[in-house]
Design a protein around this ligand. Structure first.
Ligand code: BT5
Length: 327
């Protein structure tokens, strides 16, 4: 019912009285008021004026399944959406759902993520009501070593969506960040369950700082949001739909071509690492050099200062920015 009232407010685009809404849906005026309160709690800015009724001022902070379904253009990604007001981690929930036979393309998202995860046990700060935290369950028939390519496709999809919606000069920092003006706005965490060599399922988790106003502590220096960078507020519904729309196109092509090589060109153009000095911390060793390309497996190609060329499959990368600082 509350979303029927929301639709009415949107369509009307002007004041509408509680009585008129009540008559339309055969509910009392006090029931209308309760539903309007619920919409406000979800972030909708609805004004009420005596004798005039209710007016929807803006919907930017409203984030829910109803709005997402309205703007999604995909065939299968996000057809099944599990929307939570609060959840520990959308990746953890996605893994639980996948183990419970959730279908491919299932999307888990939430308003509040209480235990957002980064890589290697790190934390992902998921402030209430301002960011977009979601995970997609995928069941690609790929080998374990290729699963990292899903992270790269997720990066391209998120980047395309962010550039299209915000116009921000965003870049991918291989392998799992998107940065704007040298600060991190997006983090991606891909996890999987595998049997010997082949993947059973992959969970692609993406965190986008959308309307955050400020970052504190250690994040003050290194994190940013779309709002901080562009001075505008964005609808998380719209950004989620756009990322999923883009991701489905990429994923369908990836599955049919069975290779990452068709994406290398675009990835290289979007990647901030290339041509820059980088320091990479891998599991057992560190490398410093110039990032010279992405190979057809999605690995980062580095030429060290002795001229030796190595490809890195995964690692912790710092890139030297134009001001000489590493980001
Ligand atoms: C990542 O890890 O960047 C992966 C983040 C993935 C988050 C999504 S949200 C939806 C899904 N559900 C989850 O539980 N996770 C995924 P990593 O490269 O390890 O970076 C983590 C580091 O980024 C932290 O140690 C902080 O320094 C920094 N960080 C934490 N929160 C941040 C934020 N909101 N914005 C920017 N940087 C952040």
């Amino acid at each position: 019912m509350k979303y029927k009232i929301l639709k009415l407010l949107k369509d009307k685009n002007d004041f509408i009285s509680g009585e008129e809404i009540g008559d339309r849906f055969n509910i009392s005026r006090s029931a209308v008021w309760k539903y309007v309160e619920k919409l406000r709690e979800e972030g909708y800015n609805i004004e009420s004026v005596t004798k005039k009724g209710y007016l929807l001022i803006d919907s930017y902070n409203g984030f829910n399944e109803y709005e997402i379904k309205n703007c999604l253009k995909t065939e299968f990604i996000g057809k099944n959406i599990l929307f939570f007001d609060k959840i520990d981690s959308t990746n953890d929930e996605a893994k639980r759902q996948a183990l419970n036979e959730a279908e491919e393309g299932t999307v888990i998202t939430c308003r509040n993520q209480t235990n957002g995860k980064g890589r290697m046990g790190r934390q992902w700060e998921s402030e209430t009501g301002s960011g977009l935290w979601f995970s997609v369950i995928l069941k690609p028939a790929i080998s374990v070593k290729n699963a990292v390519q899903i992270t790269l496709l997720g990066g391209i999809a998120a980047l395309r969506a962010i550039r299209k919606i915000t116009g921000a000069q965003a870049f991918i920092k291989w392998p799992n960040d998107i940065v704007i003006n040298g600060k991190k706005a997006v983090g991606i965490l891909t996890e999987m369950s595998a049997e010997i060599e082949s993947v059973k399922f992959v969970v692609l988790g993406i965190g986008i700082n959308v309307n955050n106003d400020v970052f504190e502590g250690e994040l003050a220096e290194k994190a940013t949001s779309l709002k901080i960078e562009t001075k505008k507020i964005y609808s998380r519904n719209l950004i989620l739909c756009e990322v999923l729309n883009e991701f489905e196109k990429l994923y369908v092509k990836y599955i049919s071509k069975k290779s990452f090589k068709y994406f290398v060109n675009e990835y290289e153009k979007l990647c901030i690492n290339l041509g820059r000095n980088v320091k990479v911390m891998c599991k057992d060793y560190n490398i410093e050099g110039t990032a010279v390309g992405i190979d057809e497996n999605g690995e980062l190609i580095i030429q060290d200062y002795n001229g030796a060329v190595t490809s890195i499959y995964s690692g912790e990368v710092s890139v030297r920015n134009s001001d000489g600082k590493y980001i």
